[in-house]
Design a protein around this ligand. Structure first.
Ligand code: ADP
Ligand code: ZN
Ligand code: ZN
Length: 749
């Protein structure tokens, strides 16, 4: 488009993404006066109804659908330079489309909270100066009657540019006299950007061990892929030296002047990997995870924005971190469900987006795991991902011996079979440590009446309340309900008993069996505050604790070299789940827990207690290892048409009645079948399952149901979602009804 003079029109509008549930962008006029030009990826402050919001510039369009007289100007351009670069913006746009989520909310999840409210992208220090007038007043002997102001002004004269922090240390409450000085015009302040320390000359602080042949092959493959997109699975059992391969890949990226992005599934894993990165490299490492305070998060993000951080390590949302000049992406424990945000808001897989990010940045990506997801294994089988294997343990560690204990054929006391007790005795006697895994926290999962059959239920869920004996509470692990522990049956007044085991009870039993062996427990009840995890881990790592009892938490990354025996107390939970992914999760947990045995020089032993020793999952796992299990499981998925051989999206709804939730899903289904019958036949080949009540229908006082869409053709599924969702959004629903879409759901609950 050209104006009459033949000059191109300036692109004068600013299109902004705002953190609202509305699936659209908002147009504004440029700011009336502003220090900076609005550029894509920079934050701006805008009027929005009666609010003022911080948004991110998406683009600078020439025209708007909104009539010009209705457009309002930006209030302020916050950033001189974009805080979201073009490649991350592309990733965000892709994610918004793929997960069918409002782009403003996607962008919001890419920014730390304080950045979303407009905090400066560059760290600055407030510094104070005496003005000419102030200095003149001092020279004239002024301020005689305002001693605190006088003293403060003298400090500024002697030390121009003193920082606020330093004043607080020295002068206590200096703000009041300073305000008076400002009013007199005697002082001024300025925000001076913090200079980041110059990059260290040496990259490497401490060299690692010489690589094994397999490790060297893996590192060479990654090197050979530098500068282009190449996804690799790094498959290696726990302790096989995967982290060492990551460290080398990071080193090579750094040597090429690039940066590294490392994703881990959980906060629990970060301290360990951060420690190893910082021990190895002299360059700044920024750490981003949800356990940080808001200001720590802002700080880490600023290190990314400024480019000071050469290595960025974080959990889920770090996949959107502003890391320029990316050289490599690493996803550790790629199979871990924590990479998928599935609870609320923007439901995305950080692992899948990391692959996309690497693709856009044209760099290699390593997905590491001892128990790769079936999706990733299928990508390897299809030739889309390269495979790097570390089949042996690094150092001298031997693979553990694994055996199954048939619970039906053994005397069992408080959930522990006699041969397991004997094995513990043996290992403790030989100076080893023992790890006992049980997938349940609390004392016992059930409180039952000895007379009338009453069982403590959760009022708001289809679930039983868990006994927490030490705390004397009954708690629901699904909705958080929390009540005092009754001593008698509330129904008939007879005595109650605790049925089944949780970590707390196992700890009690083991303390009675092995009174001289100190026990550490690791579960979410023990680890509540920052530092709790480290405390438990160090008790075990130092050898002070001889027995460790814990939930899945024990499988996450910590290296306990002296653990020589692992006992899995209940492998059976999950063997008979309706969720098609349950077997995969059971196998992964067993292999991960077993991997804790014998990481040092002691040979390890693993005992798996089960009532179903002939279950095909267990037998294939035991006879052929994880690879054998995965082959069988993939064949089953292919036969049943489940992912990765099909693509799934779940429309979920919850309401105060099951009927309301199901009715909504029924209407949505009706719209979809209408689409399928329409001449364009958009949704052809997309199979619909449901609406059906969720496996745990009542949860948190609400009733949950879902409708599944399934197609072997990913593109067809997404065309369908695109055509269908606007209709779903316009459905008239009761106010209290909530619904959400989950693309590539990990759990079908
Ligand atoms: P993973 O990440 O697969 O669990 P790590 O990289 O943490 O494995 O290695 C396990 C242990 O073996 C660590 O203590 C590590 O320092 C050591 N290690 C790794 N590679 C080697 C090697 N090539 N030679 C000797 N020790 C190694
Ligand atoms: Zn009773
Ligand atoms: Zn509940």
């Amino acid at each position: 488009m050209e104006n009459p003079e033949g000059l191109p029109l300036t692109r004068s509008l600013v299109r902004v993404a705002l953190d609202t549930p509305l699936r659209r962008l908002f147009d504004y006029l440029p700011a009336r006066e502003s220090l900076h030009e609005a550029r894509p990826g920079a934050r701006v402050r805008v009027p929005f109804g009666r609010q003022r919001l911080v948004g991110v510039v998406h683009s600078l369009p020439a025209e708007s659908d909104v009539p010009p007289e209705k457009l309002k100007p930006l209030l302020e351009v916050i950033d001189a330079d974009p805080v979201i670069d073009a490649s991350v913006m592309e990733l965000i746009e892709f994610a918004a489309q793929y997960y069918h989520h409002p782009i403003g909310e996607v962008i919001a999840s890419a920014l730390p909270k304080l950045a979303r409210s407009g905090a400066a992208a560059r760290a600055a220090v407030e510094r104070w100066f005496a003005t000419e007038a102030g200095l003149a007043a001092l020279a004239d002997g002024g301020l005689k009657r305002a001693r605190r102001q006088l003293e403060l002004l003298e400090v500024l004269r002697d030390e121009p540019g003193v920082a606020s922090g330093a004043l607080t240390e020295r002068a206590g409450d200096w703000r009041t006299p300073m305000r008076a000085l400002v009013e007199r015009g005697y002082v001024s302040s300025a925000d001076v950007p913090i200079e980041h320390a110059a990059p260290a000359r040496e990259l490497i602080r401490t060299a690692g061990p010489p690589l094994s042949d397999e490790q060297a092959t893996a590192v060479a493959a990654l090197d050979g892929a530098a500068g282009r997109f190449a996804p690799f699975l790094l498959h290696g059992i726990t302790g096989s030296g995967k982290t060492e391969v990551y460290l080398h890949a990071v080193e090579h990226a750094l040597r090429r002047g690039k940066r590294a992005l490392v994703l881990v599934p959980e906060i629990g894993l970060t301290p360990q990997l951060v420690g190893r990165l910082r021990d190895r490299f002299a360059v700044p490492v920024a750490v981003l995870h949800s356990g940080l305070t808001d200001s720590e998060r802002l700080d880490a993000w600023r290190q990314c924005v400024s480019g000071a951080a050469r290595i960025v390590l974080g959990t889920r949302s770090a996949v959107f971190a502003p890391v320029a000049d990316l050289g490599i992406v690493i996803v550790d424990e790629e199979h871990d469900a924590s990479f998928k945000q599935h609870e609320s808001g923007f439901r995305y897989s950080a692992r899948d987006l990391a692959i996309l990010r690497a693709q856009r940045a044209e760099v290699p990506i390593v997905l590491g795991s001892a128990t790769p997801s079936l999706e990733t294994l299928q990508n390897v089988a299809g030739g889309r991902f390269g495979r790097l294997s570390l089949p042996r343990r690094a150092g001298q560690a031997l693979p553990p011996r694994v055996a199954v204990l048939d619970l039906r054929a053994q005397p069992v006391r408080a959930g522990i079979a006699t041969p397991a007790v004997e094995a513990m005795q043996r290992h403790l006697g030989a100076g080893g440590q023992v790890l006992v895994y049980i997938n349940r926290r609390g004392y016992s999962p059930t409180l039952a009446c000895t007379a009338c059959g009453w069982i403590a239920p959760c009022r708001d869920c289809d679930a039983r309340l868990t006994v927490h004996l030490a705390a004397q509470r009954l708690r629901c692990h699904h909705c958080g309900a929390d009540a005092p522990l009754p001593e008698k049956c509330p129904q008939c007044g007879y005595a109650v008993r605790h049925v089944g085991q949780g970590t707390e009870r196992v700890e009690e039993t083991l303390a009675a069996l092995f009174p001289s062996a100190p026990i550490a427990r690791l579960d979410r009840d023990v680890v509540r505050r920052r530092g709790d995890l480290e405390t438990v881990v160090s008790r075990v790592a130092s050898g002070e604790a001889r027995i460790l009892v814990g939930t899945q938490m024990v499988t996450k990354g910590h290296d306990f070299p002296s653990v020589s025996l692992v006992v899995v107390l209940n492998a059976d939970q999950g063997l008979f789940s309706t969720d098609f992914r349950a077997p995969e999760r059971v196998a992964q947990t067993i292999v991960q827990v077993a991997g804790r045995a014998g990481r040092g020089t002691r040979p390890g032993e693993v005992l798996i207690q089960t009532e179903y020793p002939e279950h095909p999952l267990l037998t294939s796992l035991l006879s052929e290892g994880y690879d054998g299990f995965a082959r069988a499981a993939l064949a089953e998925r292919a036969a049943a048409g489940w992912p990765p051989f099909a693509h799934v999206a779940a429309l979920r709804a919850s309401a105060q009645t099951l009927a309301a939730a199901t009715a909504f899903l029924g209407q949505a289904r009706g719209q979809l079948t209408a689409l399928q019958r329409s001449p364009a036949r958009v949704a052809r080949g997309v199979k619909l399952l449901g609406p059906a009540p969720a496996a745990m229908t009542k949860r948190g006082g609400r009733y949950h149901a879902q409708l599944l869409l399934e197609s072997p053709d990913r593109a067809a599924l997404h065309r369908t979602l695109d055509a269908w969702l606007p209709g779903v959004e316009s459905l008239k629903t009761p106010r209290e009804l909530r619904w959400s879409l989950d693309v590539d759901p990990l759990e079908l609950f």
